[in-house]
Design a protein around this ligand. Structure first.
Ligand code: BG6
Ligand code: MG
Length: 215
C-alpha cells in the first residue's frame, strides 16, 4: 500500500532539464570545453558544483581554476539558468503532472520534493504548485547527493512515511540509483536515454493511473 509520493523536479515535474543543458553548454564553451547532450545525461540529478567538477574533468581543465574561481563559474552558470527560467509559468508543467498531484491531494497522500536543485522553491512557486508539496528537501543540508539515497530517505522522513511505502519519480540515472538504494519503488520518467534500473518506466505522467499505483 503506497502512503507517500516523492518527486524529483527537473525533468519530472517541469522541463527545466533542457535549460540546465543550455546554461552548462554556454559556460563550458566559454572555457573551451566541448559539451553535448550525451555527456549532459551524466549530469542529471547531480548538484551544481559537482556538475562543474565533472565538466572540468571531461574537458581536462580540472587543475586550472581555484576554488574561488570555480564558485564564480558555478554562479555564472546559475545566472544563465535563471535567465532561461524567467519566462517559466504553469504552462510548463509536464503533461499529466498537475492532475496527478491534484488527485494525490484529494486522497490525502503526502507529496515531497527531493531535488538537487537549490532553485526548487522558486520554480515550484513560479509554476504555482508549491501548495501540493508538504516538504521540500534542502539539498544544501545533505552530506551526499544522488546517487546516495540520503535525499530520498530525508524526504520520506519529512512526510513521515517509511521508504518501502513510498513511490519515487525520477528522470536521472543517479536518481534511480538513489531510489533503489533507499528501498523506494522507482518510477522512471524517460526522456533521452533508458533508465534500466527503474521498477517501472514511462514517458510521462499521462501513462500513470494514481488509483492503480496506490493499491
Ligand atoms: C538537478 C538537475 O535537479 O539539479 C541538475 O538535474 C542540476 O542538472 C541540479 O545541476 C542542481 O540545480 P541548481 O538549480 O541548484 O543549479
Ligand atoms: Mg531530474
Amino acid at each position: 500500500m503506497v502512503k507517500g509520493l516523492i518527486f524529483d523536479l527537473d525533468g519530472v515535474i517541469v522541463d527545466t532539464a533542457g535549460y540546465h543543458y543550455l546554461a552548462w553548454k554556454k559556460l563550458a564553451n566559454e572555457i573551451e570545453i566541448d559539451f553535448d547532450e550525451k555527456f549532459n545525461e551524466s549530469l542529471k540529478g547531480i548538484s551544481r558544483i559537482e556538475s562543474l567538477d565533472k565538466i572540468l574533468i571531461h574537458g581536462h581543465r580540472q587543475n586550472i581554476f581555484s576554488t574561488d574561481e570555480k564558485m564564480l563559474l558555478a554562479e555564472r552558470k546559475n545566472d544563465y539558468y535563471l535567465n532561461l527560467l524567467s519566462e517559466i509559468s504553469p504552462k510548463d508543467i509536464l503533461p499529466g503532472v498537475l492532475d496527478f498531484i491534484q488527485q494525490a491531494k484529494e486522497y490525502n497522500i503526502p507529496c515531497a520534493i527531493a531535488s538537487a536543485s537549490q532553485n526548487a522553491p522558486t520554480i515550484l512557486n513560479k509554476l504555482d504548485i508549491d501548495n501540493y508539496f508538504i516538504a521540500i528537501v534542502d539539498p544544501t543540508s545533505l552530506k551526499k547527493g544522488k546517487p546516495d539515497p540520503e535525499i530520498f530517505l530525508r524526504a520520506a522522513e519529512l512526510i513521515d512515511v517509511p521508504p518501502h511505502l513510498c513511490v519515487g519519480f525520477e528522470d536521472s540515472i543517479a536518481g534511480i540509483q538513489a531510489l533503489n538504494q533507499a528501498g523506494i519503488y522507482a518510477i522512471g520518467i524517460v526522456a533521452e536515454g533508458p533508465l534500466p534500473n527503474a521498477d517501472k518506466a514511462v514517458h510521462s505522467f499521462t501513462e500513470l493511473d494514481i488509483n492503480s499505483l496506490l493499491k
